[in-house]
Ligand binder design. Sequence first.
Ligand code: UD1
Ligand code: UDP
Length: 385
Amino acid sequence: MKIISIVGARPQIIKAAALSRIIRQKYSDLITEIIVHTGQHYDENMSKVFFQELEIALPAYNLNIGSDSHGRQSAGMISGLEEILMKETPDYVVLFGDTNSTLAGAIAASKLQIPIAHIEAGLRSYNKQMPEEINRIMCDHVSTFLFTPNNKAIKNLELEGFDTNQHSSYCIDKPGIFNVGDIMYDNFLYYSQALTKGSSNGKLPNEYILATIHRDHNTDRPENLQSIFKALLDISNQFSIDVKIPLHPRTLKCMSQHLSGGLLKKVNNSIYIEILPPVSYKEMIDLERNAKMIMTDSGGVQKEAYFYNKPCIILREETEWVEILETGMALLCGANYKKIMDAFRAYDEVKPLNFPKIFGNGNAANLICQLLIQHYNDTKPSKHI
Ligand code: UD1
Ligand code: UDP
């Protein structure tokens, strides 16, 4: 059976690593995987580094689409992907998450009637101002396999009219919906074992805040970017705590445009704030596990904060990872200066912190392979008539 996995943005390459690893370890005689990169992310530290570090086969195709407006970027991807899918005629197309690369893959594959397996299906922030929310909804509604990371995602799909009890004959009109757990948790378990104990970047554990910022809602609105950096600066100064920020290239560009000269200077001259280029996955999880607290607007980093038992200040107004909120181990603060300051104080003082297990068993990629193989075997006779 032949599958095409479509990646494009950093988190998709990381998620794809978990699937590729299992295929390599357990199913190499049954599944041939071809990786296609849309080129949505292209800087070495946003793309290539992950293929090398996570030992993923290099993409057989790279569309080199690069950055553009949503419409132009997605259109270029759809056109390029269509050509590849027509040539390769895979049995399944695997899509990850909610980026424009996911959406483009969904449109290209569904129009060619190639069954789609959507990993991280069913997530909803219920905020359609997020481009990702539109991508999620559209991809789920043309997929044949909806692999959800948790039960909440199943409930979201039920609210949209999906029959979550479909048990056979899956197709685009009657998709199979399976709660397989979180594929990023697979990676967490696998790579955490390999980390050596000890300090991160010369810092002792719990001595610094780790922050990431890249959502358009924060980067492209000067008042929001300003407010977040002011909060980071004030927390670091008032509590004498370091802040490490591996910064997305989008945010780096926006800082010089949107931060006032005075604030930019203070951030750049701060003895506490360290702005880093994007780091590799292993460097990132090392930074996460040793942080005192994590502040982020990233979906993946919210989860990883939880995996590493770190309280998380979510720099968004809402999240699709609501289970984390329900545990009390993360707080929604948006870009609100006061909320961020209050949340920091709260987590600085409140003890003990408690992180019940809510992301499955770390077996998502294996279950996904088994379900695809089963479907392939069930439908194979008709395919070869
Ligand atoms: C994209 C996804 C977002 C995901 C994020 C992961 C969409 C709509 N957004 O956001 O869901 O959370 O990836 O990181 O698909 N840039 C570079 N070098 C690169 C890549 C990007 O400099 O290698 C800069 C460019 O200025 C570009 C900007 O970042 O215009 C935004 O890149 P883009 O891929 O459009 O969106 P992200 O913000 O990365
Ligand atoms: N990540 C990384 N290096 C960084 C920042 C993030 O390896 O400098 C990893 C992080 O550990 C997580 C994933 O990238 O696995 C999250 O991606 P991102 O925040 O870009 O996107 P999102 O999850 O919000 O879509």
